[in-house]
Every structure is written in structure tokens, then in C-alpha cells.
Design a protein around this ligand. Structure first.
Ligand SMILES: C[S@@+](CC[C@H](N)C(=O)[O-])C[C@H]1O[C@@H](n2cnc3c(N)ncnc32)[C@H](O)[C@@H]1O
Length: 346
């Protein structure tokens, strides 16, 4: 993904050669970041022009690129789209990643025309379609991509206004790929949409492929998120450090559906690892999300092969275990478990 980040740096250099050291750009990024965390329900991307545009390109776009780079290749492999419609595309952050891993035609939709013009320049010489509203007739062959735009939309319009066209497209066979920030106010709407899609009989490819309600929605204070590496270039990392947000990993929420009629259904059990395993006295345990909610996969230390497998599990892995064998909240493993393909989705 470094090629995409280098293209971003070149665009920044062309617009403002001193961007990386300019305190005014740093302050604009800090102001945008503070506004984002101060009132999560009133999130609105600032008009992308002047310092705000530079701050977006230097600080926020790399975040979108990192998340898309971790999720999109596997998602598009599942979706195999002929057309990718990037809704809330902004400066084209996720489309840049999509273009690097798919030949599908790109359609970028955003309320800010100026942002789309920046996107078209970043994506050149690719010939992309730009628009202000979703094209009609979305369905089979389309992937509808929302990168860091879904939460902003549902908090500025009604939930149904945003989710109805998504559900309609999914029922007509389109694939949905949503990527958003990993805080509670951004992540819960993604999980609420997941439950509606399951009711609509749309298959979930990731993060949790089971067909039961998302257990993270039971308590208002919970939400589901994952972590992805930011993998910044040295200049973008130095800029993030000046902004005061230089963590190597970031939290994000995401949802990927199977298109319908879909690629072959994944026949592994619908169980997904939620975090790194914990080694405890005499056993190793890891939480998994599956039918009927969160359970623990557990191996006794005396079962060496099982212990090794459970210890090697990581967030996003899909171990080949049968959740129906759970006793209480625990699925006991006493032999090696398969987890292929490892870490496809985070
Ligand atoms: C945080 S930016 C994300 C941009 C880009 N997808 C990314 O990952 O960097 C959110 C974008 O959603 C756009 N947006 C918000 N509400 C919208 C709507 N109802 N229709 C189209 N675009 C919208 C904003 O203009 C903004 O460009």
C-alpha cells in the first residue's frame, strides 16, 4: 500500500511543498480531529479546501487507506464486482486502494464536488465516474463501498434514509463493504445494519459470518471493533506525530456482505476470534463470536497440539470448531484446529 501513500504525498507536495512542516496544516488536522471526538453525533467533514483539504490528505486520508488496505482486497475477492460505487468517497481514499486491487469500474459519489475533483486527479489516468447521488439500479455485479462515511451519514440524516438504499441494493444482489471509525458511535450503526441485513437474508462475509444478532448490541455500552496497522510512510508518520496522534494501529469497525447470487459460500463454521488468546494457569482461552453469542475456545495446557493452535489464534481468524459442542460458555479443544485461510479479514 506504500505506492498509494506515496501518490498521496506527491499530491500534497504538488499542492503545498511545505505541508509536512507547516504548523498551520498541523493545527487544521488537530482542529478536525478534536471536532470529530468532541461531538461524535455532529460529525461533518469540513469543506475540503485550503488548509482543511491539506490536513485531510495528510492526516485522515492515510487512515482510510490503512483500513481499506486491510479489508478491501479480501472483500473484493469475495464480491468480484464489475463496478465499485464509493458512497461518500471524499478525496477518493478507499477508491485509490480499490483501484490497486481490482479492475472494476469506479463510481465516486459525494456531496462535496470539490472533494471529488481532488479524487479524480489522484486517480488519474483512470477514467472514473463522479456524481452527487447513488446511481439507480444497484444490484448484482456492484460493490457499494462506504469508507468513513456511513456513521457521518446516519448521524446527519435518519438511519433509514441511509440504510434503505443499502438494504435494497443488497437484496438485489449487490455486495456491501462498510469501513468506519472504531468508536462506539460509529461502530454500533454498522452492527445495527448488520442485524437488518441478516433479517433480509443477506449473507455476512465478515467480520462475524453467523446469522444470529450481533451480541455487541445487547448492552448499550458495547460495540465491536478491530485494529489495523497504519503502516504510514516516514513523512506521514512524522506529520501524525506533530498532530499528536501517532499510534501505530487504529481501531475501526467494518462489515462485508456476500453478493447474491454469491461466490461459493464459505463452509467453515461461522466462528470468529475476537482478540488475542489469554494464557492462564493450566489453560489457554480465546473469545470467539458465533451463533448464540460470545463463547470461549479453550485448550488445556496438557493437550499440547490444541494449546499450540489456540495460542496461535489472532483476531479475525476462523477456527474450524463446532460451536454446537460448547458446554456452558466454553468450546473445549483437545486436538489441533485448522484456521485456514489465516487472517483473511481482521
Ligand atoms: C470522513 S469523509 C470520508 C471520505 C473518504 N471515503 C475516506 O475514506 O477518506 C466523509 C465523506 O462523506 C461525504 N458525505 C456525507 N454525507 C453525504 C451524503 N449524504 N451524500 C454523499 N456524501 C456524503 C462527505 O462530504 C465526506 O466527503
Amino acid at each position: 500500500m506504500s505506492q498509494v501513500l506515496l501518490a498521496l504525498e506527491r499530491a500534497l507536495d504538488a499542492r503545498h511543498p511545505g505541508w509536512a512542516e507547516d504548523d498551520a496544516v498541523v493545527r487544521a488536522a488537530q482542529a478536525q480531529s478534536e471536532a470529530f471526538t468532541a461531538d461524535e453525533t455532529a460529525r461533518r467533514t469540513r469543506p475540503m479546501r485550503g488548509l482543511d483539504l491539506l490536513a485531510y490528505l495528510a492526516y485522515f486520508a492515510p487512515r482510510g487507506i490503512a483500513a481499506a488496505a486491510r479489508i478491501l482486497p479480501a472483500a473484493l475477492d469475495v464480491g468480484q464486482p464489475r463496478r465499485i460505487v464509493d458512497w461518500g468517497a471524499g478525496v477518493g481514499t478507499a477508491s485509490l486502494v480499490a483501484a490497486s486491487c481490482s479492475d472494476a469500474r469506479l463510481v465516486l459519489i459525494d456531496a462535496q464536488r470539490a472533494a471529488l475533483d481532488v479524487a479524480a486527479a489522484l486517480l488519474a489516468p483512470l477514467d472514473v465516474e463522479l456524481g452527487a447521488s447513488l446511481p439507480p439500479g444497484l444490484g448484482a455485479g456492484d460493490t457499494l463501498l462506504l469508507s468513513f462515511s456511513f456513521a457521518e451519514m446516519v448521524h446527519s440524516q435518519s438511519f433509514a434514509q441511509v440504510t434503505d438504499p443499502l438494504r435494497h441494493a443488497a437484496r438485489r444482489g449487490a455486495q456491501l463493504v462498510l469501513i468506519d471509525a472504531g468508536d462506539r458511535k460509529s461502530a454500533r450503526p454498522v452492527q445495527q445494519l448488520r442485524d437488518l441485513l441478516v433479517d433480509d437474508d443477506v449473507a455476512i462475509a465478515a467480520p462475524c459470518p453467523h446469522r444470529d444478532p450481533c451480541p455487541a448490541l445487547v448492552r448499550e455500552r458495547d460495540w465491536c471493533h478491530t485494529r489495523v496497522p497504519r503502516n504510514l510512510t516516514p513523512r506521514l508518520a512524522a506529520f501524525a506525530e506533530r498532530v499528536g496522534r501517532d499510534a501505530d494501529v487504529m481501531a475501526c469497525a467494518y462489515l462485508v456482505t456476500q453478493p447474491r447470487p454469491g461466490a461459493a459460500d464459505d463452509d467453515r463454521p461461522p466462528v470468529r476470534v475476537l482478540s488475542r488468546p489469554k494464557v492462564e494457569k493450566g489453560r489457554v482461552r480465546v473469545p470467539v463470536c458465533g451463533p448464540a453469542g460470545v463463547r470461549f475456545l479453550q485448550a488445556k495446557r496438557r493437550d499440547k497440539a490444541a494449546t499450540k493452535c489456540v495460542r496461535n489464534l489472532d483476531r479475525g481468524d476462523r477456527p474450524d470448531v463446532d460451536p454446537a459442542t460448547a458446554r456452558g460458555d466454553t468450546i473445549h479443544v483437545d486436538d489441533a484446529v485448522e484456521t485456514a485461510p489465516k487472517g483473511r479479514f481482521p
